[in-house]
Design a protein around this ligand. Structure first.
Ligand code: TXA
Ligand code: MG
Length: 321
């Protein structure tokens, strides 16, 4: 069964309807600047349970609660340190999730039973309009993981969401189309429950940016906080992903434009910059599966910042499903 109404024209009316659908317990997949999310009312246990079902995700993995502005941070979190406020002021809306001590509003079904809650204000007109419309009808926040089946590559287009989830959504659920995600890899997740920030998942907001804004050194020692996106194998296509070797005939190849394509190798992407690399990596991995390739070789970008986030995802993708 294929379901999930496809809304390609995000008019104000369409967004009001989508917000009401979320309020009524439905699921709405929506674009963000990082990847597409699969959203439900973060205060509705039954609706959130449907997210886990659609994704095939274990119920003890926490979801990020998306809010319209940093004004709502105090509704969802308690004991917010000053450095977290500084991060929110500087980088929201944006590709950053703050993990904070949860308030009573953040229940076990959304935090996976953890004493913390992940919060994010996404930087995408459609996401912000949806969140704003949801707030106007009394909504508090939209819980949304990436809109893919558990362990798979995150979707950066509405079509990719359909490929992943159409068979698992109800006919009344919706997929909002807001074009291709401009960042392309998931948000930086920052644990804000210690005296200084700690990165749980690297992304476009980098260590350097965090240290500059907070005046604090980012903690690097190990933590026992669970992050499902940090499972060894995650973000994986069906094709086997192999890193940093010369591709041979009939294999797929993803690398910066400066790397040439060996003969009869199938070039899947030639980004010119690290930013473009992040933007296209997931759609290029999906393309490998569409072409039925067995192996895709990726030449990783070097350096810190966003390149580090790309290498983090590729390492996990290379562990397979
Ligand atoms: O860019 C993003 O973050 C996208 C868009 C849709 O916002 N969302 C996303 O969600 O990547 P998801 O569920 O695929 O990955 C979120 C990660 C999970 O690994 C989850 O374990 C972690 O965030 N997380 C959420 N709340 C947490 C918490 N309270 N403590 C620790 N980790 C948390
Ligand atoms: Mg995910």
């Amino acid at each position: 069964m294929t379901s999930g109404e496809f809304v390609s024209n995000c008019t104000a009316d369409a967004l009001t309807t989508a917000a009401q659908l979320v309020k009524d317990g439905g699921l709405v997949a929506f674009p963000t600047e990082t990847v597409y999310g699969l959203g439900a009312d973060a205060t509705n246990a039954a609706a959130v349970a449907r997210i886990y079902q659609a994704k095939g995700r274990p119920a003890d993995h926490p979801l990020i609660v998306h809010i319209h502005s940093m004004q709502a941070i105090g509704e969802w979190a308690d004991e917010i340190p000053d450095y977290a406020i500084a991060l929110a002021r500087n980088f929201w809306p944006g590709p950053m999730t703050l993990v904070l001590k949860r308030s009573i509003l953040a229940e076990d079904f959304v935090t996976g039973g953890q004493p913390t809650v992940g919060l994010r204000v996404p930087d995408h007109v459609v996401a912000l309009a949806l969140l704003s419309a949801f707030e106007k009808i009394g909504g508090k926040g939209i819980a949304a993981p990436s809109a893919n089946r558990f362990g798979h590559v995150s979707p950066t287009t509405a079509d990719a969401v359909r490929e992943e989830l159409a068979n698992y959504l109800a006919p009344t659920d919706q997929i909002l189309d807001g074009g291709s995600s401009s960042v392309g890899v998931e948000s930086t997740i920052i644990d804000c429950t210690s005296t200084a920030p700690r990165i749980l998942r690297p992304g476009a907001i980098t260590t350097e940016m965090i240290e500059e804004v907070t005046g604090l050194k980012v903690l690097t020692e190990a933590t026992d906080i669970r992050v499902s996106g940090s499972l060894e194998n995650h973000y994986a296509p069906s094709a086997t992903v192999e890193l940093n070797r010369t591709p041979i005939a009939t294999e797929g190849f993803i690398a910066l434009a400066e790397f040439e394509t060996p003969e009869s190798v199938i070039r899947l992407a030639s980004p010119k910059t690290v930013e473009e690399f992040a933007r296209v990596i997931y759609s290029a991995l999906r393309e490998a599966d569409k072409k039925g390739l067995k192996t895709v070789v990726v030449q990783e970008p070097t350096g810190n910042g966003l390149a580090l986030a790309i290498r983090d995802r590729l390492l996990r993708a290379s562990k397979g499903r």
